[in-house]
Design a protein around this ligand. Structure first.
Ligand code: ADP
Ligand code: MG
Ligand code: ZN
Length: 622
């Protein structure tokens, strides 16, 4: 797929510890065998008799007297080679022997015969060699660390590593295999990125009018909406080198390494211009620098500073375009977002109804599906799902088709997979007692009845009491007919009432004391809605249109923080309780009025375990 420009050695398959053990063994062997014989020559001790014999045989070549030990050390040569010997002598024989040795024509009398090795050799062996060893081990360890770091996930495909920056580069004619056709929905984002691609193809067209391309394009949006995918598509379409690196790859263990990587990346990019540099998950290095905070992250700040400096340094006309993606735009350093840096922000939002259908169709290209599939219905049932979740649903449906031994994915598979992704897989093995099943049945019918008896609430499409792996014992599915952008106050209130409907039914049928924990999720959702109504949507008379809460992470869960006095906070709490109470009372009222239907429907659900919206409406209306 990708053209390899530089062939790297494949990373070591064995762990570092393997090499460390080898090195230890080598050192031990050297110590035991090689070093002693190198540093210390073997000296053989012989008797005085033998010494005299060797002199007579003419083997002795050199003799020295060791005064300190009172011994003779001598060098002799025989059929086994040259060796060093030593011997003690009889003192009374000393004078005579000395005379004999001095007069002997073949024997040289020298001051000392070194039994120690050459001092140079000693120095090399005992100082230089260990140092070389430790250096090699250190080098090995360093390389191993680097490989490990570079091998971390975050790259695309099997692109090769490029230089020290660890960025992967796609050369002009290499393809990521992804094009804009693989990205469904997200038309605005595609439009903006197509302009970038077009500029890189025909810079003269822009230059003749004097239009400058933005230096940096920042893709922002919730996780799984296709930001990385879009960047890959740009690489596939661009026809220019494409450097891709993940923000976290800049975060190094040692201070200064991240900055060096940035420098290296831009050096490469400048050489290869026109080209595109893509930094995924840029929030890893682009976070706000906070001054004065004790123990601030020096390394990250240095890396960010380097990035800012490099972005100023390169010349937009040269055709280096920066692309970055994040799902935490509010945490980015403002310096990164100012004109001249990432000055164009492209939102990549959750797909709308049309977008969802398109995404489902894109992913359905890779699986075999039956002819008659109502993609619109699946798209309607998946409001709020991201592209990644939709892709997952199609795959789940395909897996289910295989499990059922079918040749193609059916509508039923898709519907079931939607539920699997939303509520978890069915837990057929879970044993739910009959009495609990009854409670769950009443609870779910309670939700459905309250929803159906109010105007402005989404129609019920399915009710089930088959337990799910997510822990839900049953649920009621409501699907909007079309795409909803706005919610009215009445709709929110109705929704809260519907949420309280489950518990209301339990109370009505089994009495107050028999209420169960099954409503915990309903309670959470109802409270959230009621709170948002008051603090964020300005839907109460008391607080009018005052924002009392601010959303912090709009793309990641949307945590809120209160922005009001403690006194106001207390009044908000009262209002929330009041709102939920009213809705709860309304739900009780509706159920009391429809009690016969409640019993009939619950009995029916208990028998069937899963019923459709039509069945539900039929019983309700006859
Ligand atoms: P993120 O926005 O978190 O970077 P990704 O680009 O990694 O999301 O998307 C994850 C996967 O979800 C993609 O590989 C793709 O299969 C699917 N996906 C997301 N958005 C789309 C889309 N608009 N069209 C087609 N597939 C999509
Ligand atoms: Mg991503
Ligand atoms: Zn419930």
């Amino acid at each position: 797929m990708h053209e390899e420009v530089e062939n790297r050695k494949s990373p070591p398959k064995r762990p570092f510890i393997f090499y460390a053990v080898i090195a230890m063994i080598v050192i031990m062997l050297l110590n035991a065998w090689v070093f002693p014989s190198m540093l210390q020559k073997t000296v053989v001790e012989v008797g005085y008799d033998q010494f005299l014999e060797m002199i007579d045989d003419g083997e002795v070549r050199q003799v020295a007297y060791d005064e300190y030990d009172g011994e003779y050390v001598f060098l002799a040569e025989n059929e086994y080679g040259t060796g060093i010997y030593k011997t003690g002598i009889w003192p009374e024989d000393g004078q005579r022997l000395l005379q004999q040795l001095l007069n002997h024509p073949d024997i040289e009398f020298s001051a000392a015969i070194p039994t120690q090795a050459d001092p140079l050799v000693t120095f090399v062996v005992s100082w230089i060699l260990p140092m070389v060893f430790f250096f090699l081990i250190g080098e090995l360890f360093y390389r191993w660390m680097r490989k490990k770091m570079n091998g971390m996930p975050g790259g695309m495909g099997n692109a090769m590593s490029f230089g020290k920056s660890g960025a992967k580069v796609y050369v002009a004619d290499a393809k990521t295999g992804v094009t804009f056709n693989d990205v469904a929905g997200q038309d605005e984002a595609k439009e903006a990125l197509k302009e970038v691609v077009d500029f890189l193809h025909q810079p003269e067209k822009y230059a003749s009018i004097g239009a400058k391309l933005p230096k940096g394009v920042l893709l922002v949006g919730p996780p799984g909406t296709g930001k990385t995918l879009l960047a890959n598509a740009v690489a596939g379409e661009a026809g220019v080198p494409f450097f891709s690196i993940s923000g976290s790859e800049f975060v190094e263990m040692f201070v200064g390494m991240g900055a060096a990587k940035v420098r290296d990346l831009f050096k490469q990019a400048n050489e290869k211009a026109p080209c595109i540099v893509f930094i995924d998950e840029i929030d890893a290095i682009g976070q706000k620098r906070n001054s004065g905070s004790l123990g601030g992250n020096d390394e990250r700040e240095q890396t960010l500073n380097q990035l800012l400096a490099e972005m100023d340094g390169f010349d937009g006309q040269k055709g280096v375009v920066m692309l970055a993606a994040t799902n935490r735009p509010e945490s980015l350093d403002p310096a990164l977002l100012r004109p001249g840096r990432f000055d164009r922000r492209v939102p990549v939002e959750l797909p709308d109804l049309q977008g969802r259908e398109a995404i489902l169709r894109v992913h359905a290209r890779n699986v075999r599906v039956e002819k008659e599939i109502d993609w619109g219905a699946i798209a309607r049932a998946t409001a709020g799902a991201s592209g990644a979740e939709l892709a997952n649903m199609v795959n789940e449906a395909a897996l289910r088709a295989v499990r059922m031994g079918r040749q193609a994915v059916s509508q039923r598979d898709l519907e079931e997979s939607v539920e699997t992704v939303i509520a978890g897989a069915q837990r057929k093995s879970a044993v739910v007692s009959d009495s609990e099943k009854r409670i769950v049945a009443y609870h779910e019918i309670g939700h459905a009845l309250v929803a159906a008896r109010q105007s402005h609430s989404a129609p019920v499409t399915k009710i089930t009491i088959v337990p799910r792996t997510s822990g839900a014992l049953g649920y009621t599915m409501q699907v909007e007919e079309g795409e909803r952008m706005l919610m009215s106050r009445r709709e929110i209130l109705n929704k809260i009432a519907t949420l309280t409907g489950g518990r209301s039914a339990e109370e009505l049928v089994f009495g107050e004391d028999s209420m169960t924990t099954g409503a915990s999720n309903d309670i959470e959702q109802a409270t959230k809605l009621a709170r948002a109504m008051i603090t964020r949507y300005g839907m109460t008379g008391e607080f009018d249109m005052v924002a009392l809460e601010t959303v912090q992470n709009q793309y990641l869960g949307g945590d809120t923080s209160l922005a009001c006095s403690a006194d106001t906070a207390a009044r908000i709490d009262n209002q929330v309780v009041e709102t939920v109470k009213t809705a709860h009372e309304k739900a009780r009222q509706i159920l009391r009025e429809n009690e016969p239907k409640l019993h009939r429907l619950a009995a029916y659900l208990l028998e069937k375990e899963t019923i459709t919206g039509e069945e539900f409406m039929q019983i309700l209306n006859d």
